[in-house]
Design a protein. Structure first.
Length: 672
């Protein structure tokens, strides 16, 4: 930054600050309880700053600030400045899709409901948004049977008013006919009020009133009117069933769910009114700021409820406690005109609903990434950007990415995933069981995996070359003279080898390529733990891939897919080893009998503590089987290893670990 203010010139007071470039564009807007303390953090060595923050400071020309009286005012000012300038280094929420709303034009003389997409307008009351437009239209059709308000356009409404003849909707009792004066303003207002109350979740009073009117009409022998009320009541009940009941109390609250990766985050919001889910919304955020989960949650709440005409409920449930929750609550309280609470649900129905919303956010993020990956133009840009960023001779049409997984050196496995034309080619994926690495040594494991994969490539080439040498005079292709080069597992050379790791893994890859004579033919790169940084041979400093570039999204997909594939294989191997039971191979103890024994006694630990008489006391278990079970378990405990019958040695050696740790797996923290 060219014009950096002295620390003493920055006020020690709450406020909002803005970093600007040389052209006066706002790059970043922030808030602080103390501007002096907060801004001083930016003046440190750029190497100590997160990459995106360091990039922002390097691009900034100056910093400006506005002093306010309280933290709440600082938050309000920050939000208004973000909305006004849309800075490139602030988190931005964008609609992942245009959700449909049910809009009621309350400002018109004869208001009407309609399905609506787009920005909110004044004079219109919105309900939703809804996940599926088809379900919304079906619900509206059911409601019109009970609340026959007009749904026609203004042009059609005026035309039928001039004709003095209502449209077909009046004849089928889906409209009360305000265009021809068939209903007065007072009665129409009651119909509209009932409709909006129902959409707000107040279904019980409307159902009770219709039931009462139906019974009164029946008692007065007005059977036709009673039948119409019955049909209206059925329609209201069916429409109410489309609103999921999540609380027995008539509560109003919102539930926010967040799913994120290093580059983006998906946000889902469920709106609950009177105990029913009446709408939902979804957004995708570009994570251009370096924020903790608490800070990111706070920023999401700011964006969601700071928008114009946003409806702020009394309570908001979030997946993690946001940063400065009391300041957020005070600000939202001013927006709402009443108290607002923000909390994390810990148990019960609200916790279950929170998990559902988070699950929806995960699915939304997966769909968003899939749409990006399936776009041909995005894939082409990704390959060209990656070629330019890494200095490759050509765009890497075939990329192989490698990752390792183990648990404290046990069940060591490696994965190889292949992307061709920036799309996963799962038929070429390979899994490796690391065989010659004692203990925890990622470098040695990576060396073994690369040597096996590239060694197979070299061997295949040698085999084809030897076959060609035996026929020196052949002018035709080898396949046409009977010397076929079958498509073996490792027959194709990648244009880029990507290793999940840092400089150490890169050095391993360089040595393997040199030893096999492939240096200069296959490009190599290592993806560092700091996700945007990529190491290349011959360069001391990492290459930083620009945030938001298609190349970075491609690297993310490669790294995530290699990690997923390695972890899945590791868990399969570990699971098959850890779930082997000491009861396998006991004569007379089949799967059903073994499951019943473990269930009734309480597991392997309880079986080891039980005496032989306790086991014989089980009426359904034969005495000889009870004796065999007792002998097996106590022989295992006494001898330090299982007594294996013929054919079960491998399984019971693995089962020894289960006896030592009867709860099963040792842990879930897989190490790469």
């Amino acid at each position: 930054m060219r014009h950096r203010p002295a620390t003493g010139d920055i006020p020690d007071a709450p406020g909002s600050y803005q970093f600007l470039d040389a052209d006066g564009r706002v790059l970043y807007v922030g808030k602080a309880k103390s501007l002096r303390h907060r801004l001083s953090n930016y003046w440190q060595d750029p190497a100590g700053l997160p990459p995106r923050t360091a990039q922002m400071v390097a691009l900034a020309d100056r910093v400006e600030w506005v002093v306010v009286a309280t933290e709440v005012e600082a938050l309000m000012l920050e939000h208004s400045l973000i909305q006004a300038h849309r800075p490139r280094f602030n988190v931005r929420l964008k609609d992942d899709k245009s959700y449909p709303w049910l809009a009621v034009t309350v400002s018109e003389e004869w208001p009407r409901p309609m399905v609506y997409r787009g920005r909110k307008r004044k004079g219109v009351r919105y309900f939703g948004p809804y996940g599926h437009v088809g379900a919304l239209r079906e619900t509206l059709d059911l409601l019109l049977r009970s609340f026959p308000v007009r749904t026609c356009s203004d042009t059609k409404f005026r035309r039928h008013g001039r004709l003095g003849r209502p449209c077909l909707l009046y004849d089928i009792e889906r409209c009360s006919g305000p265009c021809v004066g068939a209903v007065g303003h007072a009665q129409y207002a009651r119909l509209l009020d009932d409709l909006t109350r129902f959409l707000s979740g107040e279904t019980a009073p409307i159902v009770d009133r219709l039931e009462r009117q139906m019974n009164e009409a029946s008692a007065a022998l007005e059977y036709e009117r009673a039948a119409r009320l019955r049909d209206q009541l059925d329609a209201v009940r069916k429409a109410a069933e489309t609103q999921q009941m999540v609380s027995e109390q008539p509560e109003d609250f919102d539930v926010v769910g967040i799913a994120e990766d290093e580059l983006e985050a998906a946000v889902q919001v469920f709106h609950v009114r009177k105990g029913r889910v009446v709408g939902r919304g979804g957004f995708v955020a570009d994570k251009v700021e370096d924020l903790t989960p608490s800070q990111f949650c706070a920023r999401v709440v700011e964006e969601l409820y700071g928008a114009p005409r946003a409806e702020v409920p009394r309570r908001i449930f979030v997946p993690v406690e946001p940063d400065v929750p009391q300041v957020l609550c005070d600000w939202l309280g001013q927006v709402r005109g009443g108290p607002v609470g923000i909390s994390v649900p810990r148990r019960g129905a609200k916790r279950a609903l929170q998990e559902t919303v988070v699950r929806n956010a995960r699915d939304d993020l997966a769909r968003h990434r899939m749409r990006r990956a399936s776009d041909h133009n995005s894939r082409s840009r990704a390959l060209l950007e990656l070629q330019e960023a890494l200095g490759l001779a050509e765009a890497p049409l075939r990329i192989e990415c490698y990752d390792m997984s183990h648990l404290q050196g046990t069940d060591y496995v490696g994965s190889m995933v292949v992307f061709e034309d920036a799309l996963a080619k799962k038929s070429d994926y390979r899994r490796f069981t690391v065989k010659n690495v004692p203990g925890n040594d990622d470098y040695a494991a990576m060396r073994e995996v690369l040597t096996r994969r590239l060694g197979a490539l070299v061997a295949e080439r040698r085999r084809v070359a030897e076959a060609a040498a035996r026929l020196p005079d052949a002018q035709e292709p080898l396949e046409e003279i009977g010397v076929r080069a079958p498509r073996r597992r490792f027959a194709y050379a990648p244009q880029l080898l990507l290793l999940d790791g840092g400089k150490g893994q890169l050095g391993v890859g360089v040595r393997v390529l040199d030893e096999l004579g492939l240096a200069g033919e296959i490009e190599l790169a290592a993806l560092a733990k700091q996700f945007e940084e990529v190491y290349r041979p011959g360069r001391g400093e990492p290459i930083r891939i620009p945030r938001g570039s298609e190349a970075l999204y491609l690297l993310q997909r490669l790294r995530d897919e290699a990690h997923r594939f390695a972890i899945t294989f590791h868990r399969e191997r570990r699971g098959s080893r850890m779930t082997a039971s000491a009861l396998d191979g006991v004569p007379g103890l089949g799967p059903a009998r073994k499951a019943r024994l473990l269930k009734e006694v309480g597991g392997v630990r309880a079986l080891r503590a039980a005496s032989e008489d306790d086991l014989r006391a089980l009426a359904w278990l034969p005495d000889r089987v009870a004796g065999a079970v007792h002998s097996r378990l106590h022989a295992t405990a006494a001898g330090g290893g299982p007594v294996a019958p013929s054919g079960a040695r491998g399984r019971d050696l693995a089962a020894h670990a289960l006896i030592a740790a009867p709860n099963g797996a040792a842990g879930e923290n897989d190490e790469e």
